[in-house]
Design a protein. Structure first.
Length: 284
């Protein structure tokens, strides 16, 4: 993330082999645009995509952050992506198919002596579900963690990621929760996964609002139309901001207190931590 900025609420994927789509994404209200060299670009188009990335216009004030999703570690395309990085200017790298914090550390070693901030996608393989705590040791370049159900369901051989009720099946709820807990343990941004039906605004709104209540602070998007809904869901309300300010002010007035009363309710130090996070997000 850009220095001094709150973490992005909306992370919008766009295929890097389409100049038209990339320019539309940059003109959107997204906080961050992820130019994709991986799943949305066919193998035969990856070279073209790298060429188009090199032709992106210079940044303008108010534009989204620019992130690049490269191909997974160990693939030929990954090596080609690294070879082209010097030609690009990005705020960070989205690293797919991560199975542990070692993958992030190994990637940063490839870029030594410096490494761009890394947004790791951490639940796309079966093995990845057993390594979520290891991201605490990934290094200071790790900035965000998100989860993915589509690749995980393919890896597991599932016919669907949904239960008969229409909700996510248990395995994918587990992956989502482990991503959230792993990101918080690593002290990086937890980012909720994509909502695939970009025409279902109400479904997206409900999912994004639920994610925000649970502790996620941003969400992946696959279409510009999803961005305003996601931004709204992860922007604290006026009432939330007012309460957070009241909590912070109360502890500033009594810095030695462990428990205080604010708006008729008891608050303690965890509430102070939460209030500060609300104010940080509201500053976007």
């Amino acid at each position: 993330m850009s220095a001094g900025n709150p973490p992005p609420r909306s992370w919008l994927f766009v295929p890097a082999d389409s100049n038209k789509k990339m320019m539309k994404a940059l003109a959107s209200e997204a906080d961050a645009v992820i130019f994709d060299l991986e799943d949305s670009v066919a193998p035969s188009q990856k070279s073209l995509a790298r060429e188009l990335l090199g032709l992106l216009p210079e940044r303008r004030d108010g534009e989204p952050e620019r992130w690049l999703r490269i191909n997974p570690i160990g693939t030929d395309a990954h090596a080609d992506d690294l070879g082209a990085l010097d030609d690009f200017s990005f705020d960070g790298i989205v690293l797919p198919k991560c199975e542990s914090g070692d993958d992030v550390a190994d990637f940063c070693a490839e870029l030594a002596p410096t490494c761009l901030p890394v947004h790791a996608i951490v639940t796309e393989t079966a093995a990845s579900l057993f390594g979520l705590l290891s991201y605490r040791e990934a290094g200071s370049s790790l900035a965000a963690m998100s989860w993915g159900a589509e690749d995980l369901s393919a890896a597991l051989g599932a016919s669907s990621k949904y239960a008969a009720s229409g909700e996510l099946a248990f395995t994918y709820k587990l992956a989502r929760s482990l991503c959230l807990a792993g990101a918080v343990a690593a002290e990086v941004q937890p980012v909720d996964g994509v909502f695939a039906d970009f025409r279902d605004n109400e479904g997206l709104r409900a999912e994004a609002e639920t994610a925000a209540r649970e502790g996620f602070t941003g969400k992946l998007a696959i279409h510009p139309a999803q961005v305003p809904i996601i931004n709204a869901a992860f922007t604290p309300s006026d009432a939330d901001v007012a309460h957070a300010r009241a909590v912070v002010a109360a502890f500033q007035a009594q810095p030695d207190a462990g428990v205080l009363s604010v708006d008729g309710k008891m608050v303690d130090l965890p509430h102070l931590t939460q209030a500060r996070r609300v104010l940080e997000r509201a500053s976007r």
